[in-house]
Write a new protein. Structure first.
Length: 255
């Protein structure tokens, strides 16, 4: 069982919120965190001559970020900083299997009261390689008291898909509200094997049969419950279907 948090960062203002959140989560769960920046490899003599200078600058930025994270939680943060080469999606995709959860930022839209996933975050969610916790820009950490877990009628394949969820709930003493939106005659309801993942958790089950767009129904329920965290499992879909009918997880995150 992997017991580490992966925090990719590009040192942007938007990524600071995810860094500070990851620090609080690391301390609450009592697990270490790896802070990683992916350095795209670019050919060319000018770049190669200045490569060491670039590395030194990036390592200083990693150190400065880790100091901000330590200050946010009052010190005692167990972490490593990593500077790796490659394209961001492939580099992270190759390493996420070693982690319990990836904490990443969303990017803000100036004109709309919503946020959308950056390409790297979206890639990791779509690949379903490891749980991804998406943090809105400027989000301030507060102890998690209530979690809404929206589930469809598909089986949970492995514990790794939801490994952080029970640990987060236990660490904060949070209540888990399990929500299922019934989609009609073909809906098979929640699976009985769900109980395996809920041992020693404080939870309740909710079924909804009301008409409406499923993403709106889920978000309305989360708002009515004053949820601090919404959790969903992204089930891979054929590319064409995904283009015309995006998955519920991505639709809800980007709402």
């Amino acid at each position: 069982m992997n017991k580490k948090i992966l925090l990719p960062t590009d040192f942007s203002d938007q990524s600071l919120a995810s860094a500070l959140y990851a620090a609080h989560l690391s301390k609450a769960l009592k697990i270490p965190i790896d802070i990683v920046h992916v350095m795209d490899f670019v050919g060319g003599g000018v770049y190669q001559e200045g490569q060491q200078l670039v590395q030194d600058r990036l390592r200083k930025q990693l150190l400065a970020l880790s100091q901000k994270m330590e200050a946010a939680v009052g010190g005692d943060l167990e972490f490593d900083t990593l500077l790796i080469y490659g394209t961001t999606t492939s580099a992270l995709g190759n390493m996420v299997d070693n982690y319990m959860v990836v904490v990443m930022s969303a990017k803000g839209e100036a004109d709309l009261d919503r946020f959308f996933l950056g390409s790297t975050t979206k890639y990791l969610v779509q690949q379903n390689l490891v749980p991804v916790l998406v943090i809105p820009p400027d989000f301030k950490f507060s102890p998690i008291q209530k979690i809404v877990w929206a589930l469809d009628d598909e089986h949970i394949d492995t514990f790794k898909q939801i490994q952080p969820l029970p640990q987060i709930a236990k660490a904060f003493g949070a209540r888990l509200e399990i929500f299922h939106y019934d989609e009609g005659d073909q809906d098979e309801g929640l699976k009985l094997d769900l109980a395996i993942f809920l041992e020693n958790l404080n939870y309740s089950l909710h079924y909804d049969f009301s008409p409406g767009q499923i993403t709106d129904v889920i978000l309305d329920f989360a708002q009515s419950e004053n949820a601090d965290l919404i959790c969903m499992i992204h089930h891979k879909r054929p590319l064409l279907l995904q283009l015309f009918n995006p998955s519920k997880t991505l639709s809800s995150i980007s709402k």
